[in-house]
Design a protein around this ligand. Structure first.
Ligand SMILES: *Cc1c(COP(=O)(O)O)cnc(C)c1O
Length: 360
């Protein structure tokens, strides 16, 4: 098959071998004579793969099943914006505002209670990660967004120390892009469709002890404890997406997070280094090297017309797709998630050289 160079921000590229395994499972899962989509979510076969996906997730993170629980839920990362405050915002919560998704999380928290913005980069159109915060000593939790998909900024190992305040993170667009000290977090969530699978499932990793702090009277489907008590099968889970996420976890385990992170650094480095060396033509929107995302690389050219030509030429010449920046910021964006092969980025850099020569 001739794969397109797909730089989509999400739903996004998946490992080819995961697609091949999924194709097989769609017709005949594990020689059961049934499609993965035709099986009861309470059957022995399905239950085994579901539990394995949960276990593999914690294995990648080096967390113990005694301390943490993995949920696979519907509703996207966007529903987590609301579930979190419904369960845990009792008096007030601290949020760091680093982009559109962070702001959407803040908007939902406001339905529930007092929401403090304790750090923000909105003053510079979110093109950096802030580093001074005034945490509220008795805040119920602090919420951050580790990778800002639209602006191309990312928290690396500079995650703030929140002391005794539980730390929650939206990792939708850089889940398993790099090593993190996962044990620092009380709750991590990620819509699968950026870096770990197809759309339709959201992974939530929750510290079991956090459930003791849950509010009373949470509506059933929004209640983390009900989902945990029912082993993430309170209702029918997104069966097929969970299968694909499980295969992606196997792929991560096979390669190891070390090598995945090293590859991500290499790929992003190719693009940023090339642009820094040709800064009169290609202008990365994030200037601070520390804050540059490994997953979403954003840049501008001299004019919007030249950007449109760049995007059109890349498509016409090499079938490079989805390079258009998010509609709210414009410019060019290459999303180069874990499954994006190094060769795709090398091809993109080569095209950038050709385009500059022709249009400078
Ligand atoms: C895409 C994205 C979301 C929204 O995810 P949905 O699954 O569409 O609700 C939330 N946060 C971040 C950081 C994202 O990149």
């Amino acid at each position: 098959m001739n794969r397109a160079f797909n730089f989509s921000a999400g739903p996004a590229v998946l490992p080819l071998e995961v697609l091949e395994e999924s194709r097989e499972a769609v017709f005949n899962y594990n020689n059961t004579g049934m499609s993965i989509m035709e099986m009861s979510h309470r059957s022995k076969d399905y239950d085994a793969l579901f539990k394995e996906a949960q276990a593999d997730c914690l294995k990648i993170m080096g967390l113990s099943q005694d301390e943490y629980y993995v949920l696979f839920l519907g509703g996207g990362a966007s529903l987590q914006f609301l579930m979190i405050p419904f369960n845990f915002l009792k008096t007030q919560a601290d949020y760091i505002s680093t982009g559109v998704w962070a702001k959407k999380a803040i908007k939902e928290a406001k339905w529930v209670g007092k929401t403090n913005i304790v750090g923000s980069s909105e003053d510079a159109n979110f093109n950096y990660i802030p580093d001074t915060f005034n945490f509220t000593p008795d805040a119920d939790y602090v919420h951050i967004t580790t990778n800002n998909t639209i602006y191309g900024t990312e928290w690396k190992n500079n995650i703030p120390d929140t002391g005794n305040i539980p730390l929650f993170a939206d990792m939708s667009s850089d889940m398993f892009a790099m090593h993190r000290d996962w044990s620092k977090y009380d709750l991590i969530y990620a819509g699968a469709q950026k870096n770990i699978g197809p759309a339709g499932v959201t992974m939530v990793v929750i510290k079991k002890s956090l459930l003791d702090k849950k509010k009373e009277n949470v509506p059933t489907m929004l209640d983390y404890k009900i989902h945990v008590d029912n082993e993430s099968l309170y209702n029918t889970p997104p069966c097929f997406p969970v299968y694909v996420v499980g295969r992606t976890f196997k792929w991560i385990l096979k390669h190891g997070l070390d090598s995945i992170q090293a590859n991500n650094e290499k790929k992003a480095g190719l693009l940023y280094d090339y642009m820094d060396a040709n800064a009169d033509f290609y202008k990365p929107t994030v200037k601070n090297v520390r804050d540059r995302s490994l997953m979403n690389v954003c840049w501008n050219l001299q004019t919007p017309e030249l950007e449109a030509k760049f995007i059109a030429d890349a498509k016409a010449k090499y079938n490079m797709t989805n390079l258009k920046g998010h509609r709210s910021v414009g410019g060019v964006r290459a999303s180069i998630y874990n499954a994006c092969p190094n060769e795709w980025v090398e091809a993109l850099v080569k095209f950038m050289g050709e385009f500059m020569k022709e249009n400078k």
